[in-house]
Design a protein around this ligand. Structure first.
Ligand SMILES: *Cc1c(COP(=O)(O)O)cnc(C)c1O
Length: 373
């Protein structure tokens, strides 16, 4: 918390704006639009709809992309289940695509191959592509967008973990046709729970808000042509978001500082690799600092052994996301794999990276890890 959140919440109470919609929602959306286009006039057209969760934003993005019952949607396998669940809400089938080793995100060549194979097998093109910027590391978007353009399929970009990450000078979330952000408690900023859909223009934003507010037609009585959702952000949550926007740049700088410290302290440790940007085109927010461990160089050390050791010192770490193609709930979904995400799940770990982690904490954590070697 920045200390400014309470001010906006108090304003909402003073004005009796304790509902979805309201001045904080409008101002928070404007703050996000300004952030997404700062230093980048090519993104001045971007419009934002604040909603109740990142998951809701993905659902709305898929609806706007035209995903419907019986369709297929290409989705990154190495991600949190929220990237894929809304595909199923729409009655569509996720088709999982594995990662490439540099960014850990959707492999563009495998995506192209997978789409060609889906078209051959089903006679229809997939309706959308959902790449993810996992842990804040931008995906290879130019290559993914080239494949999307070749097949004429819209991209719904999952930037839930990547607020403030940039790819070739553009903010993540503004690269696909639609982008989504999450303001869940563990993300780069929080509204206690919330998300946003990033849209290319006013028209599509209005369409998203329409579906997020029960699809009410503009008539004096309630009239419905479509199934709607109750997905709008509350004016109270948006007040927290406005306060958080005042510290977003500080949060990003802090996460990057921690990442560079982890990277330098681990640089000479054999068999432990910090997950860093593959080139200056990729500017991660380093939402989480992550490592991989080579058991052959560390005496068979596993990520879970490191996690348990850190836990015994009261330090929380987490294993990497378990890929969707390995999840029982998605056992029936087609998957195009190359071994990368399965390998990452077996050998990777997320290290403490939040706003309260200090440089001394990072030194303590790295010493705790190297003490196991
Ligand atoms: C957190 C997250 C989401 C969902 O966001 P919520 O606001 O929690 O609904 C979607 N995708 C990824 C990759 C996430 O990390």
């Amino acid at each position: 918390m920045s200390g400014n959140e309470q001010k906006y919440i108090d304003e909402a109470f003073a004005d009796n704006w304790v509902v979805p919609l309201g001045p904080n929602v409008d101002a928070f959306e404007k703050d996000l639009q300004d952030f997404l286009s700062h230093d980048d006039p090519s993104r001045s057209h971007v419009r934002v709809a604040a909603v109740s969760a990142g998951t809701a934003a993905i659902h709305l993005g898929l609806i706007l992309a035209g995903v419907d019952r019986g369709d297929e949607v290409m989705c990154q396998s190495f991600t949190f289940s929220a990237s894929a669940n809304p595909i199923v809400y729409q009655g569509a089938t996720p088709v999982f695509v594995d990662s490439e080793p540099d960014t850990w995100n959707m492999d563009p060549h495998l995506l192209d191959h997978a789409i060609a194979d889906r078209v051959a097998k089903t006679g229809r093109r997939p309706r959308a592509i959902v790449p993810v910027h996992l842990y804040g590391m931008p995906a290879r978007m130019d290559d993914i967008l080239a494949v999307a353009a070749k097949w004429d399929i819209p991209v719904v970009e999952d930037a839930a973990e990547a607020l403030g990450s940039r790819y070739r000078g553009h903010e993540c979330g503004t690269l696909g046709r639609y982008g989504i952000l999450s303001f869940n408690g563990n993300k780069m900023i929080t509204t206690s729970g919330g998300g946003a859909l990033i849209c290319p223009d006013d028209e599509s934003r209005a369409r998203a808000v329409y579906f997020a507010t029960q699809a009410r037609e503009p008539r004096p009585y309630y009239h419905h042509l479509n199934i709607g959702y109750n997905y709008r952000m509350s004016n109270i949550s948006a007040g927290i978001g406005r306060g958080q926007m005042t510290v977003l740049h500080d949060h990003i700088a802090h996460h990057r500082m921690l990442a560079s410290l982890y990277a330098s302290l681990l640089a000479d440790v054999p068999g432990i690799y910090f997950h860093a940007a593959p080139s200056p085109d990729f500017e991660p927010n380093y939402w989480l600092s992550t490592i991989t461990i080579d058991p052959s160089l560390t005496g068979g050390l596993t990520p879970d052994a490191v996690r348990l050791h850190l836990e015994s010192l009261n330090i929380e770490s987490r294993l990497l996301w378990k890929p969707m193609h390995m999840q029982p709930v998605f056992a029936g979904a087609p998957a195009y794999t190359n071994g990368v995400s399965t390998h990452l799940f077996e050998c990777g770990l997320c290290l403490p990276s939040g706003p309260w982690v200090t440089p001394d904490d990072v030194r303590l954590i790295v010493n705790a890890i190297t003490s196991l070697l």
